[in-house]
Design a protein around this ligand. Structure first.
Ligand code: GUN
Ligand code: FE
Length: 435
């Protein structure tokens, strides 16, 4: 049990904030470490004493307990690609990303990057990520083994890309589908791990590969799907050349059975209302990647459009197109992007909404509502100890905050990994990552 300020969410996605809160963690009937009790300390004191007699309560003065962040779209093999300049998506893929990803055929290299990547997630307070590996099956093994050893809830998949890709990353159609099914059976549902069927994007998969991916998605309904869609104008023009019969880029995925619940599409920038309705009707969701979209000059996600039509979405770093592992940087970039093209006066996204989109909202987008992303009873115990006075400027700003929105905005605008003091994974403190 811990006593400190406590941040969680109600069913409507509003922040519940207890200045003097208590969080009790313990095993559920199946042995998972979950939240047993959460809320105002004074209000829960009697229940605490009767339900958990003699339980020691550790005070964490001046700290905030908050759910671990959920990153809806990231590429672990692009950890070293961050900050590579290019004239838009396609030259960036060709000149930096594909050459770098070709190195992941070496299992020792993949294992080294996997460790560094998971350390970086932890340092930044990200306790679950939906991540691309590379086209090499061993790149999935490297990441999954390391995530399993750390007790993480992580979802990953081998990239499918059997055409328009250079030697070193291009896979072979039939073998790629066999490998995908083998990896599903090997990793999906093992402890807290999940598998995602991962066609890179429509231009780099043959019709046979997309069809095979869709067949696997129909056979394994609780496996995730992840891909990219409608990120960049040149990319879209290319898709129209390759799939002239399809109404839109998104429809290509629909035609191959790749739009369903648990399908997460990165970007969704240049889409129309018919696409948004298709996402909504199929239960597919968008991973919004604002630092990537700003860095690669891809465009601005239309939150109002998504809300008007009503499909799900959440926030993501998209490292290495994205520029930071930090959810604070992503939330701030999401705020900037929300300013673009919005005719209405007032705020872009509220700080409570931004935070939700990177925790409970992202969990909901993954179909893991009630499992992760929140600190209500029954949720798995992945949580953070935040220090709102981690830097001199933050200490000043957060001390001056007169209400919850001002506090959260101060953290979003000024916060970074220094705010993330400790990380609990599956109810246990993760070993500190050396700076
Ligand atoms: N589209 C296809 N591959 C990629 C990738 O690796 N990153 C991004 N941002 N977009 C892509
Ligand atoms: Fe991406």
């Amino acid at each position: 049990a811990y006593r400190s300020a406590l941040l969680r969410f109600n069913q409507q996605g509003q922040v519940l904030y207890d200045e003097d809160g208590v969080l009790v963690i313990g095993p559920d009937a199946t042995g998972r470490q979950v939240v047993q009790l959460a809320g105002d300390y004074g209000a829960l004191q009697a229940r605490l004493a009767s339900a958990f007699p003699g339980l020691a309560v550790t005070p964490l003065p001046g700290r905030i307990l908050a759910p671990g962040f959920v990153d809806l779209h990231i590429h672990y093999p692009q950890t070293d690609v961050i900050g590579s300049p290019a004239d838009g998506l396609l030259p960036w893929l060709e000149n930096y990303t594909f050459p770098h990803e070709s190195r992941f055929g070496d299992p020792a290299y993949a294992a080294e990057v996997a460790r560094f990547f998971l350390d970086e997630l932890q340092r930044n307070g990200v306790t679950t990520a939906l991540t691309f590996a590379t086209s090499h099956p061993s790149s999935v093994d490297a990441l999954m083994s390391e995530a399993r050893a750390r007790g993480l809830r992580l979802i990953a998949g081998k990239v499918l890309q059997d055409r328009h890709s250079p030697d070193g990353v291009r896979d072979e159609t039939e073998q790629s589908l066999i490998d995908t099914e083998t990896l599903i059976r090997k990793w999906h549902g093992v402890e807290r791990l999940g598998y995602a069927i991962t066609p890179r994007f429509a231009p780099t998969s043959s019709e046979r590969q997309l069809r095979g991916a869709g067949e696997l998605a129909a056979k394994y309904r609780d496996v995730w799907i992840q891909s990219h869609v409608a990120e960049n104008r040149e990319e879209i023009a290319w898709v129209h050349e390759l799939f002239p019969q399809s109404r839109s880029y998104l429809s290509v995925y629909e035609e191959f059975g790749l739009l369903r619940e648990r399908a997460v599409y990165a970007h969704c920038i240049h889409v129309d209302d018919a696409d948004r309705a298709l996402m909504r009707d199929r239960g597919a969701v968008a991973a919004v990647c604002p630092t990537s979209n700003l860095f690669l000059g891809s465009g601005f996600f239309d939150y109002a459009g998504a809300d008007r039509v009503g499909h799900g979405y959440g926030l993501a770093s998209d490292v290495g197109g994205g520029t930071s592992f930090s959810p604070f940087r992503t939330m701030l970039a999401a705020y900037y992007v929300g300013r673009e093209g919005v005719a209405k006066p007032g705020l872009s996204l509220s700080p409570q909404r931004l935070w939700w989109l990177h925790t409970a909202g992202a969990a909901q987008a993954l179909g893991l509502e009630g499992v992760i992303g929140n600190l209500q009873p029954g949720h798995e115990a992945d949580f953070l100890v935040l220090n709102p006075a981690a830097t001199p400027l933050l200490a000043r700003k957060t001390a001056q905050a007169r209400n919850l929105d001002e506090l959260l905005f101060a953290l979003i605008v000024l916060g970074d990994e220094r705010v993330v003091e400790r990380v609990a994974v599956n109810g246990a403190w993760a070993a500190p990552v050396p700076a």
